[in-house]
Design a protein around this ligand. Structure first.
Ligand SMILES: O=C(O)CCC(=O)C(=O)O
Ligand SMILES: [Fe+2]
Length: 362
């Protein structure tokens, strides 16, 4: 994608370099090959970066095949994930995020999203249980000492020491994978090196593990594993098991399946990258319905910037109304710079009614 400086100094995306296809007019999700050969020369790397940028602009979701994460490590993660959700309820409740103010730990079944029904909405609580944590902080980290900026000690289950070991190793590796994607996004958007990376100096990258039991399916759209939303990060890597259930919405309002392709990650663009690109990259709405009569496990990894980063567009979109809907509880404004951590904190409180800082659960 070629970008030119605009009149205000904010580079403008050149019109003829906008995606050739009608934006969000998709009926399937592209598969991008991340084989090492593609990084061999500056030209091949640029081709890969452009291909990624095109997919991020037209669909906002893509599969990554031949990626750098070893399958054995992913399999080890899923083993630990299943073992955690199989623990007795008391063991999981002992590490509940309801016991802290930093939204890390266990989220019990049917607790996320209860506020919608309380306020007369039709959507029932999400049919999922989860565990989440962000990048661990050093014992002498100033935020950890004061409890500022969502800092807190991760509550790991005593009954399953392997969970901590396996998930921390995976988190560290996914951070490196994320950094390499940032470089490709900078290249694909013709941004200077570090234009995006600078916002991750003290990143809050988060790993979530999710268990979706098989659920009742109806056409009302009320029964959901994860209700329709956009992600509040820059971008997300999702590894899903073989069950299926992830769906994304195109501009005609159709829900398109993102079925599991063995060995691939799903990468999707979040709100922060949407704002940085002024909507050129799409933060596409998605949801999960486990229609398949068996358990589903998934492991999203969220690329969250530094708490204090002020988020505002880096380029000017010549077609700024041609973006996915921006009226979700997760939507971030493109016309009003804001502090990422403040948005995130309010959003956590809104969607996690078990947490003591609950403001208005939705
Ligand atoms: O479980 C999945 O496949 C996706 C979950 C998701 O969209 C999220 O947690 O933000
Ligand atoms: Fe999501």
């Amino acid at each position: 994608m070629d970008i030119e400086p605009g009149a205000t100094g904010a580079p403008t995306v050149e019109k003829n370099m906008l995606p050739a296809t009608r934006k969000l007019d998709f009926s399937e999700v592209p598969v991008i090959d991340m084989s090492p050969e593609r990084f061999a020369t500056p030209e091949s790397r640029k081709r890969l970066a452009d291909e990624l940028a095109e997919a991020c602009a037209t669909v906002g979701f893509l599969y990554l095949k031949n990626h750098p994460i070893p399958q054995a490590q992913i399999d080890g993660v899923f083993e630990a994930v299943k073992a955690f959700f199989a623990l007795p309820q008391e063991a999981k409740d002992a590490v509940s995020m309801a016991k802290n103010r930093h939204f890390q730990g266990y989220l019990p079944m049917l607790t996320k999203g209860t506020g919608n029904a309380e306020r007369g909405g039709t959507i029932t609580a999400n049919k999922q249980e989860a565990f989440q944590f962000r990048r661990p902080l050093a014992a002498d980290d100033p935020d950890l000492l004061t409890g500022e900026r969502l800092a807190g000690t991760i509550p790991w289950p005593r009954e399953l020491p392997a969970l901590k070991e396996v998930l921390l190793a995976y988190h560290a590796r996914m951070c490196r994978f994320g950094e390499s994607m940032i470089e490709l996004f900078e290249l694909g958007l013709d941004l200077p090196r570090d234009a995006i990376r600078q916002h991750f100096r003290k990143d809050m990258n988060a790993l979530r593990i999710i268990h979706y039991p098989p659920q009742q399916v109806d056409e009302s759209g009320a029964n959901l594993g994860t209700r329709a939303h956009t992600d509040t990060d820059a971008f997300t890597f999702v590894y899903q098991d073989a069950t299926g259930g992830l769906e994304i919405r195109n501009r005609d309002g159709e829900w398109i399946g993102v079925p599991p392709i063995p060995g691939t990650y799903v990468l999707n663009i979040g709100e922060v990258m949407k704002v940085w690109t002024d909507g050129v990259f799409s933060s596409t709405p998605h949801r999960v319905i486990n229609r398949y009569g068996k358990e589903r496990y998934s492991v999203p990894f969220f690329m969250f910037p530094t708490y204090d980063e002020v988020i505002a567009p880096k380029i000017r979109n010549p077609d700024p109304s041609n973006v996915a809907p921006e009226d979700f509880h997760t939507s971030m404004p493109r016309d009003k710079p804001f502090v990422w951590g403040e948005f995130k904190k309010a959003n956590y409180a809104r969607i996690n009614p078990t947490a003591p800082e609950r403001a208005m659960a939705d």
